[in-house]
Design a protein around this ligand. Structure first.
Ligand code: 3H9
Length: 707
């Protein structure tokens, strides 16, 4: 290290020969915070002022080059110097600046590299402009500089999808690509020395001119149309296309202004707030407070799954995908064979789509074995039961596991509604019992609700949270109550959808309103897909809690009693042509609703879309408030993660609790009170605002303020 080594905040500076080395060193991910921006300017100025320095290399001292702008700064404050100013200083520097892109460069991190005069990286690296996932667009020149180095289509793809891209596919962007990550900095220094020795020009991306020929024009028109269809409901993708187009239609300087204008338009939207909230929500879910510091996770090298049906099979696939052997238990060999054959079919389908090679299919199948004998579970580290949702059945299974599983094995239930503490009472080691609630299809859905029982040990919780990451799920820790977080909140949503049908709304009107709000499907289509008999079965087990409301899901009950179990029987809330999943409105269902409404003395009327939305979504939020107050969820953002990843709640609304914060809690509370008054006895019973909602609304606070 040279004598002149210095630190400018989180930026390190030293020289090696004629080259000044500027190292980004802001753990964990080199987010370009105000301190980093100031440090970069100061160190560049230091190098420019030193006559013995002839070139600059900008590199990272961390594995990542940079994760881009510091997202936590987006909520405000004095942000000067802004990132575009920093990049302007670098681009206009009078000495050549080489970026040594040692690791991933995302968002502002890639924009920083694009503002340098040359870029060196290694062939295993990936870079990207993921701003669109935060509801914004690259706002530090990324939309103007990237198309000047890559072609228009590549730039559009990267900016509109936000997907990380291998540097190998970005020939025009990088000037030199080495094989190994650890060679990158040395190669960049060599490159800088060569630029100086060979008197190569300072290559400023801003000097490149682009032309907007007919072919490019056509590309943008087609792209804009495609994006509108593919990203329905999202605001930022369309703006991304407009910003990239400006690189072709404007001068560099004007293009930057246009980018900045479009960036600010995005930044001001509720969607940007929602998506940025969600970015942190997802990460915060993995931080579980209250666990003892010394706690260590247990190792999970072999897993048992009880039940080889659709759920059990899906669960098993997660572990096989992560390279963990699984033994699946069924009572009958035939059911076991069927389950394993179904898994094979799933993998073969992925292979047909090119997502897996045939060798990978075989590797994964080799990790899966079957048994009809509980004794085969003696050596597993974790066992997950996915059997029939009935307490007596679950307790019997846990009793059997208690006898055969080794000490320290984690005994998990995939129950979606039942009392985990009661299940744990069936074993002599309740500290090893936890709920691992997968969502269907279990090999696809990202959510894992991790249910902590009264006696669950800290290391069992920690192991489960870590395991979620291993199998590429987002684990959220919740407490025990009927339906836990997700299904408990979906109950009032389904109840209101059904009641609205009695009051005169059609299933297709309700589904249209919910679809427009952004969920992938409305409650009636969802019910038909899941099977109406499933909801009926849950209601049967809870008749005592709903007996006071004679209107409770009566139409759904009637449909099931008539054998209309949904998609699988070709008839549910809708009709289905054989082999088709397209719901067809059925006047018979409307007639049943009318008949039931008359019987119950409910006057049918025209119902506005706004009422449908509020009556489905606000009671769900109200239930979330109770869940938060009771500590079933530790924080409102955990509920949001559960809803986005488990129920398809639109990420551009940030989840139900963030949506409520955005609407304003006093507004949500007022509307609940309105329905409480206007819907008679029904309203009085179901629309009472939760205590927490009242408290927060009175104090002008949000759910996110509850810590
Ligand atoms: C942008 O650049 C805008 C510009 O175009 C224009 C500006 C004018 N900021 O994900 P991890 C935190 S927008 C602040 O668990 P991994 C994260 O919250 C930015 N914090 O690690 C977590 O904190 P905690 C565009 C950030 O290894 C910790 O770092 N860039 C940022 O699994 C570790 O994160 C992006 O959208 C940030 N930019 O994944 C990239 N990034 O430990 C966003 C991370 O307290 N970042 N943190 O929970 C990522 O995609 C991933 O973090 C990354 C690493 C792949 C980089």
């Amino acid at each position: 290290m040279s004598q002149d080594a210095k630190e400018f905040g989180p930026i390190s500076y030293h020289t090696q020969g004629d080259v000044a080395l500027i190292g980004l060193n802001s753990a964990p991910v080199n987010a370009l915070s105000k301190a980093v921006r100031i440090g970069v300017i100061d160190s560049v100025n230091e190098a420019l002022a030193n006559d013995s320095v002839s070139a600059i290399v900008l590199y990272s001292k961390l594995p990542l080059f940079s994760a881009g702008a510091d997202i936590s700064e987006f909520s405000g404050g004095d942000l000067s110097p802004m990132l575009p100013e920093v990049l302007e200083i670098i681009e206009q520097a009078s000495k050549p600046v080489v970026a040594a892109v040692t690791g991933n460069a995302f968002g502002g991190g890639l924009e920083l590299a694009l503002a340098c005069h040359y870029r060196v990286t290694h062939s295993k690296n990936k870079v990207g402009l993921p701003e669109v996932h935060l509801g914004i667009l690259p706002g530090a020149g990324g939309t103007q500089r990237l198309p000047r180095l890559a072609d228009a289509k590549t730039a559009l793809d990267m900016i509109v999808t936000g997907a990380p891209t291998s540097v190998v596919k970005l020939g025009g962007v990088f000037d030199h690509v080495v094989d190994a990550p650890e060679e990158t900095v040395e190669a960049a220094i060599e490159f800088a020395n060569k630029v100086v020795a060979d008197k190569l020009p300072i290559k400023r991306v801003c000097d490149i001119n682009l032309s907007f020929d007919e072919q490019t024009k056509g590309l943008f028109t087609a792209y804009a149309e495609g994006v509108a269809a593919k990203t329905r409901g999202f605001f930022a993708p369309g703006h991304c296309v407009k910003a990239v187009e400006a690189a072709f239609t404007h001068s560099f300087k004007d293009g930057l202004s246009r980018e900045s204008e479009l960036f600010m338009e995005c930044m001001k939207t509720p969607q940007a707030r929602a998506q940025q909230h969600f970015f942190f929500a997802e990460r915060a879910a993995s931080h579980v407070s209250g666990l003892s510091k010394d706690v260590k996770p247990r190792s999970i090298d072999k897993v048992g799954v009880i039940g080889a049906g659709t759920m059990g099979g899906g669960i098993a696939m997660n572990f096989a995908n992560a390279g963990i052997p699984v033994v699946m238990l069924e009572m009958k060999q035939e059911a076991l064979d069927k389950g394993l054959a179904l898994i094979r079919r799933n993998y073969e389908n992925s292979a047909k789509k090119g997502k897996l090679t045939q060798a990978q299919v075989e590797e994964r199948m080799a990790l899966l074995s079957g048994t009809t004998d509980y004794d085969s579970l003696a050596d597993v580290d974790l066992v997950i039961e996915a059997v029939f949702e009935k307490m007596s059945v679950k307790k019997e299974v846990f009793g059997a596991l208690d006898k055969v599983c080794k000490p320290g094995a984690i005994l998990a239930s995939n129950t979606s509604t039942l009392d985990l503490n009661e299940i744990a009472s069936a074993v002599s080691r309740p500290q090893d019992v936890i709920g691992l609630h997968f969502f269907s299809p279990a090999n696809v859905m990202k959510l894992l609700e991790i249910v902590k029982g009264e006696k669950t040990a800290d290391d069992v919780i920690l192991t489960s949270m870590k395991l979620a990451k291993t199998i590429r799920k987002v684990g959220v820790l919740v407490g025990v109550c009927f339906g836990f977080v997700g299904n408990r909140m979906i109950e009032p949503y389904g109840r209101e959808a059904n009641r609205l049908m009695l009051e005169g709304a059609s299933p297709e009107q309700v589904d249209r309103v919910i679809g427009k709000f952004g969920l992938p499907m409305g409650p009636f289509t969802m019910g038909d897909m899941a099977g109406l008999d499933i909801g009926y079965f849950v209601r049967e087990s809870r008749r005592e809690f709903i007996a006071h409301d004679p209107s409770y899901c009566v139409v759904a009950d009637k449909l099931v009693q008539q054998g209309r179990n949904g998609l699988k029987s070709g008839r549910g809330a809708y009709l289905y042509e054989p082999g088709s999943r397209k719901p067809i409105p059925d006047p018979e269902v409307i007639a049943i609703a009318k008949e039931e409404a008359e019987r119950l003395g409910i006057k049918q009327r025209e119902i506005s879309d706004q009422e449908i939305l509020e009556r489905c979504i606000y009671p769900l939020i109200n239930e979330g408030a109770d869940i938060l107050k009771e500590g079933i969820a530790a924080k409102s953002s955990d509920i949001d993660v559960i809803y986005v990843y488990g129920y398809g709640f639109p990420v551009f609304r940030g989840g139900p609790m963030q949506y409520a914060d955005e609407v304003g809690l006093s507004e949500v509370r007022d509307r609940l009170n309105y329905y409480k008054e206007s819907l008679g006895e029904y309203g009085k019973h179901w629309f009472e605002p939760s205590d927490l909602l009242n408290e927060l609304a009175d104090a002008g606070k949000s759910f996110s303020s509850v810590k």
